[in-house]
Design a protein around this ligand. Structure first.
Ligand code: BT5
Length: 254
């Protein structure tokens, strides 16, 4: 465990640090089932089975950042899914903090953070069963490429170091944790509205042409909005569609 990171985390968090785990999300879910409190933060130097969405893998070498935060929001699971946007905003702010001025950081629906148009972070939100019928816990998994990008990503990727950041994983961890506490706090007080507005202000491609890949189809259209639940609103050839999950590709350089 890094003493520096432990002391610079907001008091909301309880740090549980490892050298190597299979997946910080799996570990956080087990801790949740055992009754670990809200704010438990699992941090690992490396993962042997890091996971993306829909069973995809997450490249997890030492030097990058892997963490999972346990939250216990008192709302229906559908609303809790909005917290993935809190995490994306936190990573956005942390990246902007450690990168030199003038480097472009923006957000790609639903939860990716891009540096100069390339993916630097991914977020995986999962639920964990509550102990003895307690309300389900939420695990917010966050991966940030601090020192190395993956070899063969489906979407162009990068790392913070390649754009001039000198921060180590512990420093980025502390910045991300501060952001999660800040955005989670705003969500608890004011709901999704301020997060939606902040996300849209940092998003890439709003108003422009995108292709959205779904598990069994691919849709071309204009990315018109983020709706009040966090879904992507797409004006496609066949009419307006509201999309809850998918992969976005931009069709122009914008
Ligand atoms: C995500 O999935 O972007 C969510 C990634 C969440 C990772 C964190 S790390 C801590 C916690 N513990 C876990 O086990 N997971 C979470 P998705 O949008 O499905 O992106 C995965 C795809 O991105 C892969 O299929 C690759 O093509 C590509 N990829 C893999 N590793 C990458 C990396 N390090 N950076 C950028 N792209 C990557």
């Amino acid at each position: 465990m890094s003493g520096a990171a432990a002391t610079s985390l907001p008091r909301f968090f309880r740090l549980v640090a490892f050298d190597t785990v299979d997946s910080t999300n799996d570990l956080a879910r087990s801790l949740a089932t055992e009754g670990a409190p809200e704010g438990t933060l699992v941090w690992a130097r490396t993962q042997t089975a890091g996971r993306g969405r829909r069973g995809r893998g997450w490249h997890s070498p030492p030097g990058n950042l892997f963490l999972s935060i346990l939250l216990r929001p008192e709302v229906p699971p559908g609303d809790a899914a909005q917290l993935s946007f809190a995490a994306a905003l936190a990573v956005h702010d942390a990246a902007a903090e450690v990168l030199p001025g003038g480097v472009r950081v923006d957000l790609k629906w639903p939860n990716d953070v891009l540096v100069e148009g390339r993916k630097v972070s991914g977020i995986l939100l999962e639920t964990a069963d509550g102990e003895g019928g307690a309300s389900p816990a939420l695990v917010v998994g966050i991966g940030v490429n601090v020192a190395a990008p993956p070899p063969d990503p489906a979407y162009p990727a990068t790392c913070l170091a390649d754009h001039g950041a000198t921060a180590d994983p512990a420093t980025v961890l502390a910045a991300v944790a501060r952001g999660v506490e800040r955005w989670y706090g705003r969500w608890r007080v004011a709901g999704f509205g301020p997060l939606r507005a902040a996300w849209l202000a940092r998003a890439r491609g709003v108003g422009g042409p995108v292709t959205v890949r779904l598990p069994d189809a691919s849709l071309d259209g204009v990315f018109v909005d983020l709706d009040a639940s966090g879904a992507l609103v797409l004006d496609a050839a066949g009419g307006r569609r509201t999309i809850g999950a998918g992969d976005v590709f931009f069709r122009t350089g914008g």
